[in-house]
Ligand binder design. Structure first.
Ligand code: FPP
Length: 234
């Protein structure tokens, strides 16, 4: 089985998992956080180098305030509880997205966890928070426009490589495999630039139920794909 170097995941289905059990949606997110831990461990075992998780989208700000608050509180608790184990296991935490919109407490926890885990070499775990692919591209365009305006960059100097370096995901390889749980088959504004040639695997399993077997099954499916990147097969 070929192990993708970089796996990205749209963790969908927490709400439905909870609804089916007549539990509040927040209970689904809590269970989803347990899956995050399980899948990070599984990625370490499989030798995946980069894992990027879509934890909160720019559109998720439009959810009821109580659910947004519950997700932010869960995230803070997760960071505080898991950072020691991340350090012990060589996991380096990073964040992509518009962090200016995040509550100050969450920003502080993120900064502390990212700094504390910066030396991790076994897995780069990136959380996409307050993240939208279009928003990331617009912010990159603004950064480059400011460089051009300041006379530090010529318009012709903007290549694909230069643009990619202006994105939040700079220095991270494009995902080889995107997994979406929960049955929907769409990209929902996740890694729009980076997924130009990424393979996609969709599963109806709800995120709280997703386990190492499901992850391995997605990697098996990935191994069967013929990646041509626009060229023809050898
Ligand atoms: C989508 O399910 C999931 C989210 C919007 C949040 C994802 C958050 C977690 C997995 C837990 C916290 C994350 C970390 C990193 C600790 P949904 O609510 O849209 O589910 P539904 O489609 O069934 O309603």
């Amino acid at each position: 089985m070929e192990i993708p170097r970089h796996i990205a995941i749209i963790m969908d289905g927490n709400g439905r998992w909870a609804q089916r059990r007549l539990l509040p949606r927040a209970a689904g997110h809590r269970e989803g956080a347990k899956t995050v831990r399980r899948i990070v461990e599984a990625c370490c075992r499989l030798g995946v180098g980069w894992l990027t998780l879509y934890a909160f989208s720019t559109e998720n700000w439009k959810r009821p305030q109580a659910e947004v608050d519950a997700l932010m509180a869960l995230l803070s608790r997760f960071l505080v509880a898991e950072t020691p184990d991340m350090i012990a296991n060589g996991i380096c935490l990073r964040v992509i997205g518009d962090q200016e919109r995040l509550p100050a407490g969450v920003c502080r926890n993120l900064k502390e966890s990212c700094e504390a885990t910066a030396g991790g070499k076994s897995l780069i775990l990136t959380l996409a928070l307050s993240y939208g692919g279009r928003d990331e591209i617009v912010r990159a365009a603004r950064k480059l426009a400011a460089e051009v305006q300041a006379g530090r960059l010529a318009p012709d100097g903007i290549s694909e490589a230069v643009f990619a370096e202006a994105l939040d995901s700079a220095a991270c390889p494009d995902p080889d495999l995107l997994i979406r749980t929960g049955g929907e088959q769409r990209i929902s504004n996740f890694l729009l630039w980076q997924m130009a040639y990424g393979e996609m695997v969709f599963t109806t399993t709800l995120w709280p139920d997703f386990d190492e077997m499901d992850l391995r099954a997605a990697c098996e499916e990935f191994s069967r794909r013929s990646r041509r990147f626009g060229r023809i097969s050898a």
